[in-house]
Design a binder for this molecule. Structure first.
Ligand SMILES: Cc1ncc(COP(=O)(O)O)c(C=O)c1O
Length: 348
């Protein structure tokens, strides 16, 4: 059976060119700062993001964690959107390892407005932990790949600065936001203090993310990464693929966006509760409760036809397009959805 894996863009495999680059990478001990390929990747990442410096980490989770720990102190409060990946999917690491307290704000399709943050801020008071950081997520995973615009980012940044707060962007998929809005990523990054982005999602590298910011922040993050066991020695093997990810794999993200839109249109035609105009990048989240099934039931029926998807809660299912998913796969997926819906309607 031809398997169509729509669970995540993290399932992408490295390209042949990446594998060759990994084989031929010039290597050294990165804990001594002596891996030329890692150094080249970090310089490239910093330059693309318009910041001083960057740090290669093992994962997006680790990049978020070192970023958050490196600009807060234990006992601080951090403002996050209530469905933020950092809060929802990262095992509570910033609380467990960073001693930080989350303060959650409900956004609109993942985007917080200055007023939302203002409403969550509490004045200095003996009872309250001090707030030091706001985290934003672009694109927003649990909001179905929804994007922040540069204007929205600037509004939050200006407000945060007026209150003495730093802003960190979980930009795991910042290139998706940039490509979808036809903008340079620097349009977003100029209005955050720090960010992280992933090489191992739609950009197809096998491993790695980068924390990016000013030199001081990166020096602190490097030490924090070491503390977390992330000093990786000959990490040029990873970095070699990462360089290709950044240089060659960005433009094709628009194909993933077109495929997600096509999938949304196909499902909407079948009566599935999804608004294609809200599908802005490569993630599609839809509610199946109106079809008389729950999310786990839908995921399991789809898998019988070789289509892998994932439940995001009791009623909603997520599909993610990526390199390796072609138009034919989208048509097949819609065809399978139609079959399942017919079965559900006929009570089969
Ligand atoms: C928005 C967002 N942030 C962070 C991460 C964490 O990345 P990793 O899986 O590499 O730890 C993910 C992973 O899916 C993500 O979607």
């Amino acid at each position: 059976m031809h398997v169509i894996d729509l669970r995540s863009d993290t399932v992408t495999l490295p390209t042949e060119e990446m594998l060759e680059a990994m084989r031929g990478a010039e290597l050294g001990d990165d804990v001594y700062g002596e891996d030329p390929t890692v150094n080249r990747l970090e310089e490239l990442a910093a330059e693309k993001m318009g910041k001083d410096a960057a740090l290669l980490t093992t994962s997006g989770t680790q990049a978020n964690l070192v970023s958050v720990i490196s600009q807060t102190k234990r006992g601080d409060e951090v403002i996050l959107e209530r469905e933020a990946h950092l809060y929802y999917y990262e095992v509570g690491a910033f609380s467990i390892l960073g001693g930080l307290v989350p303060r959650l704000v409900k956004g609109n399709a993942g985007v917080m407005a200055p007023e939302d943050i203002e409403g969550a801020l509490r004045p200095p008071n003996i009872h309250f932990p001090p707030t030091s950081l706001v985290c934003i997520e672009n694109t927003h995973n649990r909001a179905g790949g929804a994007m922040w615009t540069p204007i929205q980012t600037k509004a939050v940044y200006d407000f945060a600065k007026s209150r003495g707060l730093n802003v960190h962007m979980d930009g795991a998929r910042i290139f998706n936001a940039a490509v979808a809005q036809n903008l340079d990523p620097r349009e977003f990054t100029r209005n955050v203090d720090t960010l992280m982005f992933c090489l191992s999602k739609g950009l197809s590298a096998p491993i790695g993310s980068l924390a990016v910011g000013d030199q001081d922040f990166i020096d602190r993050s490097r030490k924090c990464r070491k503390m977390l066991g992330g000093g990786m020695r000959q990490a040029g093997i990873i970095a070699a693929a990462g360089i290709i990810a950044i240089e060659k794999m960005v433009d094709r993200l628009k194909d993933d966006h077109a495929n997600a839109k096509m999938l949304a249109n196909g499902l909407a035609r079948l009566g599935v509760s999804v608004d294609p105009s809200q599908v802005q990048t490569n993630i599609l989240i839809y509610d199946v409760s109106g079809l008389g099934i729950d999310a786990d039931g839908w995921v399991s029926k789809m898998s019988e036809y070789g289509i892998k998807t994932g439940a995001v809660d009791a009623n909603r299912v997520r599909m993610v397009t990526h390199r390796g998913i072609e138009k034919d796969d989208i048509e097949s997926t819609v065809g399978v959805a139609e079959k399942i819906i017919d079965q559900l309607r006929s009570g089969a």
